[in-house]
Design a protein around this ligand. Sequence first.
Ligand code: PHE
Length: 460
Amino acid sequence: MSDLPPSKDKFGSRLGFILAAAGSAVGLGNIWRFPYMTAENGGAAFVLLYLGCVLLIGIPVLLAELSIGRASGKNAVGAFEALDPDRSKRWRWVGGLGVLTGMAILSFYSVVAGWTLSYTARALTGTFAHSMTHAESGALFESIIGSPVESVAMAGAFLLLTALVVRGGVSGGIERASKVLMPAFFVVLIVLAARALTLPGAGEGVRFLLEPDFSKLTGTSVMSAMGQALFSLSLGMGGMITYGAYLQKHERLGVAGASVALFDTGVALTAGLMVFPTLFALGVDPGTGGPGVVFVAMPTIFDALPAGQAFGVAFFALLVVAAWTSTIALLEVVVAYLMGERGWTREKAVWGTTAVCFVWAVPSALSQGAVDALGKEALGRDFLDLMSIVFGTVALTLGALLIAVFVGWRWGTRKALEEMNGLPFGAVWALTIRVVCPLATAGVLIYIVVVAATSGALPW
Ligand code: PHE
């Protein structure tokens, strides 16, 4: 059984690949998760930590994953066996952990993505045509996410949209969609950030993002920053291994990797420049925003724009798109595994995975006010938040550690560098992947264990 994708199932062009990989990376992680993590961790100091993690961990691991993927031409599980010097099956479970993590992320992610559908529908029907106060916007958010029927239905609808693209395969579905949608998204984001930055009082928001107060940082901030860097770049769960396998042989991975990282980080920072100035202009303390911060903040400024309602529609519709190109990548990781290692057809893999993720999404959807037993009071963190931390932060950190160790100490950095077709500062990359990444990721995991053991509570 060959688990190479059929030869036509590759990205058609470098631009197509970069946009698809950037599409995977750019998503709710940048627009929804980054602002709320930054707010939770006190602003600029967290942003600096995050940028440090992108440079020191994110980019090296991104290059490692792309090399694993393209060198093996396989899915996230088969790749580890194909590249193991003894063809040992022992590393396959690193990919297995990735597949499980991908399904878990897809489950809670589709709930938040469902909110973007709800907001788009409301924008279309004119809900944001008149100015909205922060309190009104907050009440609207609570009512949307707390509605059991709407939140479950929208999560299901989003999974359906995802399944429909992934059914179409790589170049026909994924690449074609990303090429149009990603550039449009970036343009709208920049316009909204420009509007936010010219609001009276916006300067405070910029200062919040640029003037670090390191006393606000804790060990948990380091954990969150690293997790967020990995989450945002779609790393630690085999996503970039899977996409790397569809990349043509002559492409230089350094160029592709750097473009994706630059784009992703640029979008996250732009999202910050959109959300925080808006909050400060409203006189709202960003720390009180919680996970809804972007959904609550943005509707308050559409009215102040020319063609505000159209902007509202564009913003939420493009957020749908950004989320969609990410859920496509998440689903493709699982589908590629089921096809490559289990011999499933694409069709069966797509619908089977979608069904499981839908069931898994239900408790997250109901944890936002509909069912108290899944909420914050009962669990310390609501179920959605818990999934986001356990899989979106901790499991990705573990995955990144194992991937770095595999490339650095098992497959070998020399072979990886050959696959990259010439990487400037290759020796620095090799040292980072062998030493810096394993130590930093292991450090975070040890911190979690030590806190848990000494205080009897997890650090979140
Ligand atoms: N990177 C995506 C985002 O920021 C989320 C994601 C994680 C996608 C892992 C694929 C794999 O929204």
